[in-house]
Design a protein around this ligand. Structure first.
Ligand SMILES: Nc1ncnc2c1ncn2[C@@H]1O[C@H](COP(=O)(O)OP(=O)(O)OP(=O)(O)O)[C@@H](O)[C@H]1O
Ligand SMILES: [Mg+2]
Length: 214
């Protein structure tokens, strides 16, 4: 399974989600590769900041030929997660085409909702070449019991072909704190809310993919 965590918008949580999903799958015993497809190299910086033993491999592949190069490398892994780059269309297209499933993080903000259309259009374009490709929204940095938290799900309903996942990640300081040490939230606070919601997200994505394969 190749999961692209992608959005043309910057700072929505792509790297945070990619790293934590990779760690969650790796901890559950799967062979995981994290592909850093962003020229900013954030995922590789995360890995470099880490003193602990690696949970999974991280490889830098910020290139427009990613969709052609990745299948060969991916076959040695059970799960491949792509951490995408914001803004760059050529890299965005390659990362989308390389994925089986595109996870689009969206923050509860009107700017993110407006920007989502751009990524959705890239997915629709890619589906012409790869009909099995699917997109899913995940709400990130949700603040519990706020109107904007509910509005975002409603607003994303306009993209009928891209469902909003029932699991959201909340605004939690442990996401940033853990990243500074090259750690995943499940390593810093294994029983905490962040580790729990990422585990739920990982499970939902897996079930989604298995359903599709059946
Ligand atoms: N759920 C969350 N709670 C708290 N902070 C978060 C959360 N998700 C992301 N952040 C913080 O928001 C900032 C942006 O997140 P991140 O780098 O993952 O986004 P990105 O989409 O990868 O950005 P870029 O487009 O630059 O690659 C980081 O400082 C990160 O620690
Ligand atoms: Mg990033």
């Amino acid at each position: 399974m190749i999961i692209g965590v992608l959005s043309q918008k910057g700072g929505v949580g792509k790297t945070t989600i990619a790293v934590n999903l990779a760690a969650t799958y790796a901890k559950s015993g799967l062979r995981v590769l994290l592909v850093d497809a962003d020229p900013q190299s954030s995922a590789q910086q995360w890995s470099a900041a880490r003193d602990a033993d690696p949970l999974f491999s991280v490889v830098g592949m910020a290139r427009a030929t990613l969709h052609r190069d990745l299948p060969d490398i991916a076959k040695d892994y059970q799960v491949v997660i792509i951490d995408g780059a914001p803004r760059v269309n050529e890299l965005g297209r390659a990362a989308i085409l390389a994925s089986d499933l595109v996870l689009i993080p969206v923050q509860p903000s009107p700017y993110d909702i407006w920007a989502a259309a751009e990524t959705v259009n890239l997915i629709r374009e890619a589906q012409q070449f790869k009909p099995g490709l699917r997109g899913l929204f995940v709400i990130n940095r949700k603040i519990a019991n706020t109107a904007i938290g509910r509005d975002v799900t409603e607003a994303l309903g306009q993209f009928e072909d891209i469902p909003v996942l029932p699991v959201a990640l909340h605004q939690r300081v442990v996401y940033a704190e853990s990243a500074g040490q090259g750690l995943a939230v499940l390593e810093v606070d294994p029983k905490g809310g962040a580790a729990r919601e990422v585990a739920e997200l990982a499970k939902v994505l897996m079930v989604n993919q298995e359903k599709k394969a059946a």
